[in-house]
Design a protein around this ligand. Sequence first.
Ligand code: PRP
Ligand code: URA
Length: 205
Amino acid sequence: MPLHVLQHPLGAHVLTHLRDKTTKPALFRTLSYQISLLLALEATRDLATEEKEIETPMEPMAGRVLARQLVVVPILRAGLGMVQPFQDIFPDVSIGYVGLERDHTTAIARSYYCKLPPLEGKRVIIVDPMLATGGSAAQAIDVVKAAGAKEIVFVCIVASSEGVAAMEQAHPAVPVHTGALDRALNAKKYILPGLGDFGDRLYGT
Ligand code: PRP
Ligand code: URA
């Protein structure tokens, strides 16, 4: 499975402040936006383009435009914190939603919502800040595959080695883009060093 770990000084800077436990929700949301923007650029680096004839004010030329529509699918609820930069740089993007919630004792994700636009022929980018056991990401990919998605990318802010291994096992052809690859999971399946519960920190819950 292709694994891409963000290599950008601004990414490292933003991640450090995201991880800092004294960072409050307002700044946390801004930092989430910033790192998601960097990840959005990385995850779309290989998008197909096609030729388009235009006329500049000076002369005709063959330019290039995006050839494939994009669908971004946040895994609720924390994934919502990563959507805005995709909407800002890809104005024609469609948004689908997959609602998954980990059980606090088993860490197994339960599905509670799903609303997807047509996915055939589109680049489908699933976003969720935390790839811990990999259970939520693998389930979300199952869902979009069942709905017809063929070209799928998964984007997260922090991944654990265990989560990456689970993705390799479940969906070896789906590329993963992450802001960082962390050391381990604790007994409650939280990422170490991680940044804690992303949804709680994003929404102040
Ligand atoms: C978090 C996170 C991922 C999931 C990752 O969501 O946003 O969806 O856990 O864990 P996994 O890789 O072990 O499945 P959570 O279930 O806490 O829900 P929330 O987004 O509503 O806070
Ligand atoms: N979900 C989170 O928000 N954080 C973790 O470390 C693991 C799952």
